[in-house]
Design a binder for this molecule. Structure first.
Ligand code: ADP
Length: 398
């Protein structure tokens, strides 16, 4: 069976067509800068690559272009949509509505659209748009929703509860859910394999640093804590998201800016983070270029990001009572030496020692060890593969 995996992020849409008998990737690609001028699809298939420089104002246009690429005479790998056995969609937020990977029915779609958008206003609408576009083109193909939250289900109560009235947690489900679960699951398992250890023997902090960023404590193969919370707004500051902020500031900002609380939350999701601090961009490549040209606020945004990430690495080492390995993954984690160096600097007391040359090395697409030979804590760069986890879960469901 061939499974198409669709991973729609806030400004990106990645896809893979995977043959589940061999787990071989038949075609893959990614749309970048969706909704931003200069959108582009880089698609691979048949051992060739093709770049489509085409305006993608929204995710529907992006998925249509992806489906076109799968049929493309040059790089196409399928002749008809019937060859796709199922589509697995990455969905960021489930709340308490979905506990595990779920087959799409009209009711499921309704719940997704009516109940979960407010939990992940940047991502769930993008996933639903991708889902609807696929359903239009492939009405007979089963669609599965694979949630970012599932891997975090093992968090103990003391980690996922907020200090609010317990009855409000019970009645409204206000608690930490965690996100990026498929990525944290994949890279922590890969780290154990790479280190030749059983997951049960390791205390790992996984840093998924992308447009959205989250850090997770994985003790013995299981998530015990994570930085994102009730929504993906919490934790470290991100591309456009503020990260943790005193809840009282929401009401204060609402008054000062003449906004409703909902408008402030929208502002905290879309206008803040490194984009708000730098005043330049949410994209770390732009921030690095700005900092190199002497823009102090770009440098500050980069500093804040590394500092906040480092604090969580330390906190999670304390939570687990030790640390064997730090993993960096996702767009920034895999590609940005200056951020990795900023996170690891000052963690020598925990036994972290970076190999500067290895850290500065190019992203090879393979697992890279960037800690010094005598570092007590291993530091690894591991390309994430959320798509493979999503394809496996979709196949299992069918
Ligand atoms: P999303 O959450 O949208 O899936 P990604 O994981 O693709 O995000 O990460 C996007 C971030 O990664 C952007 O800030 C981008 O600047 C950064 N990034 C991606 N590739 C590179 C690169 N080659 N060098 C530096 N930063 C990169």
């Amino acid at each position: 069976m061939k499974i198409l995996v669709v991973n729609a992020g806030s400004s990106s849409l990645k896809y893979q067509l995977i043959d589940m008998e061999t787990e071989q990737v038949l075609a893959k690609g990614g749309c970048e800068r969706i909704g931003i001028p200069g959108s582009i699809l880089k698609a691979k298939g048949n051992g060739k690559e093709k770049v489509y420089e085409q305006d993608m104002p929204n995710h529907k246009v992006a998925i249509e272009l992806v489906l076109h690429a799968l049929h493309d005479g040059e790089i196409g790998v399928i002749k008809s949509m019937d060859e796709i056995g199922a589509v697995g969609h990455r969905v960021v937020a489930s709340g308490e509505y979905f506990k595990k990977t779920t087959l799409v029915t009209p009711e499921v779609l309704k719940t997704l659209e009516e109940k979960t958008f407010e939990l992940a206003p940047l991502h769930n609408p993008a996933a639903a748009t991708g889902l609807r576009a696929c359903m239009e083109v492939m009405p007979k193909t089963p669609m599965a929703l694979v949630f970012d939250t599932s891997f975090h289900a093992t968090m103990p109560e003391k980690a996922y509860l907020y200090g609010i009235d317990y009855e409000d947690y019970k009645n409204f489900g206000v608690r930490k859910y965690g996100f990026h679960g498929t990525s944290h699951k994949f890279v922590s398992a890969e780290a154990a394999k790479y280190l030749g250890k059983k997951p049960s023997e390791l205390k790992i902090v996984t840093c998924h640093l992308g447009n959205g960023s989250s850090i997770t404590a994985v003790d013995g193969g299981k998530c015990v804590d994570t930085t994102m919370g009730f929504t993906p707004l919490a934790g470290v500051l991100m591309g456009t998201r503020s990260g943790d902020i005193d809840a009282s500031a929401v009401e204060f900002l609402a008054r000062k800016k003449g906004m409703s609380h909902a408008e402030v939350i929208n502002y905290l999701n879309k206008k803040c983070g490194v984009a708000g601090i730098s005043g330049v961009s949410s994209d770390f490549r732009d921030l690095i270029a700005g900092a190199e040209q002497g823009n102090a606020r770009c440098a500050l945004a980069l500093d804040m990001f590394a500092y906040q990430t480092k604090k969580f690495v330390g906190a999670f080492a304390a939570a687990m009572g030790g640390l064997d390995c730090i993993v960096f993954t996702a767009g920034i984690g895999e590609n940005t030496p200056v951020v990795r160096a900023g996170v690891c600097e000052g963690l020598e007391f925990l036994g972290v020692k970076l190999d500067k040359a290895a850290n500065a090395g190019k992203n090879t697409g393979a697992i890279r060890e960037i800690s010094a030979k005598d570092s007590k804590v291993k530091v690894l760069v591991i390309p994430t593969n959320e798509e493979l986890v999503i394809a496996r879960e979709t196949a299992e469901l069918l």
